[in-house]
Design a protein around this ligand. Sequence first.
Ligand SMILES: [Zn+2]
Length: 458
Amino acid sequence: MGCLPDPTCPIFLFVCIGLSVHQLAGPVGGQGSDEQRITVVMNYGGQLHGRLISEDESVLVMDIDGLPCAIAYDQLEARSAFTTMRHLMLTRRGSADALTAEDHFNLGSLLLGRNRHDRAKREFQLARRKDASWRAKCDAALATFRRDRHGVALTDHVEPSESTPADSRVKPPSFVGSAIDDERREKIIEGYKRVGEQVRRKVGADLVLVETEHFLIWTDWARAEHDQLAMWCESMYAKLSGMFDVPSDRHVFPGKCLVFCLRSQARFLKAAKILDNYNAVNALGYTSTDPNGHTHVVVFRQGGSPVGRDAFASTLVHEGVHAFVHLYRGQGRLPTWVNEGLANVVAEAVLEDRCPNAETAAAASSAFVAGNLPLATIMVDDGMLDPRVYPLAHSLVAFLMDRNPEAFSGLINDIKATMSMEQALERRYGWSIDQFDRAWRTWVVGGMTDSNGQAKRE
Ligand SMILES: [Zn+2]
């Protein structure tokens, strides 16, 4: 069976649209006493406009068409992030003179994350002028920026777990890649390399192959950054393998997962056209799989700033989760909210403080529960999910994992074995959908704490 990827035949596309990440604010707003409307520009260029529901130093929650949307500053276009944050500070304080040392420090940190080094220094100067005790923090932020400019590891590598085969009672399909012998696997990998070579010839001669245990990463990033790309991909694989007890000698991918990490949107659009005949405008990245289990991920970076790099990493891990989960124990489809929520949860777990997903999930779920809004539109599984509710999907999945990680893994296995979500939820958690809904709201209201009452990150 000639199952090398057919570049003209995308069967399933999981697209990560920029909306899931940021929107922030432009200068509009502030008129009216309790009603503040703002406009933000997201990192892919789209604009969002709505009433501000709440804000903290990293996340805004806006009411857009009646839906609370949580947006991290890190998801906004650089200028919009700065003007929004400053605008909200001015609204809060009343005037520029009333801004505090901490306000200026936060503005400086935001600018630094976007490589606006000179502007950041000005804000740090203002912070020190307001309060000399901020000098040490400002100096430390600048020192960290200079060090990180040359690239440091984002997170420790997570070792895969060596564990028992997953639940066998419902006989979930085995791992797709494991049905393929070594000789066949080598042939598939060779085929993937030829595909990568074709893309290299058309997209850019400076694309090189970085091969890891589970991935073939084609990239035009600087050589010094290759280790980081490899680490993000393998950490994602290790995290999921541990979560789902995939034995280390089993293969999820038929060969390896083909990944394209590109440095510009122009190259991204070109690669998407060549590989999938897909017009990827408005996407930050996507995953494509075909019925034979061949999969590839294409992602691009928006600039070389720390924030741009982090946004790239979040998208890369998010899309990589789709590739893994799609093939894990057969190609049975998960409900979209589970798929998107899990992708965001794993990105958070791999990237930790470099990823805004936990913060947006907490803010969105709190606003959603406070507004007593129904989950029905999110749980309806028609294969589409508005990216604005990805943070809510994250919260729902984080809750299931928090309540019982083994049950969550079993629930995924059950769905892969063709059970419905309702049946699997009842079997693994003893809940109907309504009971799940109520338990989740209680968890959100309680501050998303685990059974010991400890505050948990999601
Ligand atoms: Zn996605």
